[in-house]
Design a protein around this ligand. Structure first.
Ligand code: FES
Length: 261
């Protein structure tokens, strides 16, 4: 088995004896987060074009649509967005995700930028003290994230219904947007059901998993997805943005939804 001898030493920020291009991965992670954060903030603050007239398409960034217009209790001095009422749940799930934590600790906080590369701080910000101990709420966000899979699956079903002679949403059909909406909860499911917390809930806390065939099978499925958690984290995140963009551009008349039948 090959081994890499990486010397341990106290480095200045960015200093390392590594010869590989260790900075490429954190750079791409940083750019990925930046692009998604900018777009998500734009979509959130826009508070428009999240539905496509003539269809039942609804942007996942606004689903479930609790209040189309500001409810009476909304403070008048705050700008209103229907997305702000629900986006905290999926965002909280992602921000506290074990994969994302490892990625943004390196790419955004540079703490450290990579293994054996000097970091900008002397102190260690462990997750066993405030504020990072709050990351432990991830296991509770997991329950919310599973609820969202069902909500977005219902939205995918609604995406198969179009305005017809009998009224809005009464005619069955398939448009390109319908397929795009169907793929969304699938990608989110592949990410969510590979969650480390779910893996622990199903089997990680047990000494013997094989005593229950059902538990063993579920554990194997979650473990399979868990090994690809990073991939699904990125695909599902950008896909949510893409679904919003698709509906937004169709609603603006820039793109046209292709109606298959
Ligand atoms: S660890 Fe990534 S979603 Fe739970």
């Amino acid at each position: 088995m090959s081994a890499i001898d990486v010397p341990l030493q106290k480095n200045r920020f960015g200093q390392t004896r590594r010869k590989d291009r260790w900075w490429i991965e954190p750079l791409f992670v940083f750019l990925g987060y930046l692009i998604f954060t900018v777009y998500a903030n734009y979509a959130l603050l826009a508070n428009n074009y999240y539905e496509l007239p003539g269809t039942q398409y609804l942007s996942p960034m606004y689903s479930p649509l609790l209040f189309r217009y500001a409810p009476g209790w909304w403070p008048a001095i705050l700008p209103y967005s229907a997305a702000a009422l629900i986006l905290w749940a999926p965002l909280g799930f992602r921000i506290t995700c074990y994969y994302y934590r490892g990625a943004y600790y390196k790419a955004v906080w540079l703490d450290p930028p990579s293994c054996t590369v000097g970091e900008p701080r002397k102190s260690y910000w462990g997750e066993r003290s405030f504020p990072l101990i709050l990351q432990n709420v991830h296991r509770y966000f997991l329950y919310l994230a599973i609820v969202f899979i069902f909500i977005l699956s219902y939205d995918a079903w609604r995406g198969l219904w179009f305005d017809g002679p009998n009224g809005p949403g009464t005619q069955f059909g398939i448009g390109l947007g319908s397929i795009i909406l169907i793929l969304n909860p699938i990608f989110l499911g592949l990410y969510t059901f590979g969650c480390h917390s779910l893996r622990h809930l199903i089997g990680g806390r047990k000494d013997v998993i094989s005593s229950s065939a059902v538990r063993q099978s579920c554990y194997n499925c979650v473990s399979y997805l868990n090994r690809r958690h990073m991939k699904w984290a990125w695909i599902s995140m950008f896909y949510v943005g893409f679904v919003d963009l698709y509906i937004r551009l169709c609603a603006k008349g820039i793109w046209h939804d292709w109606r298959i039948f």
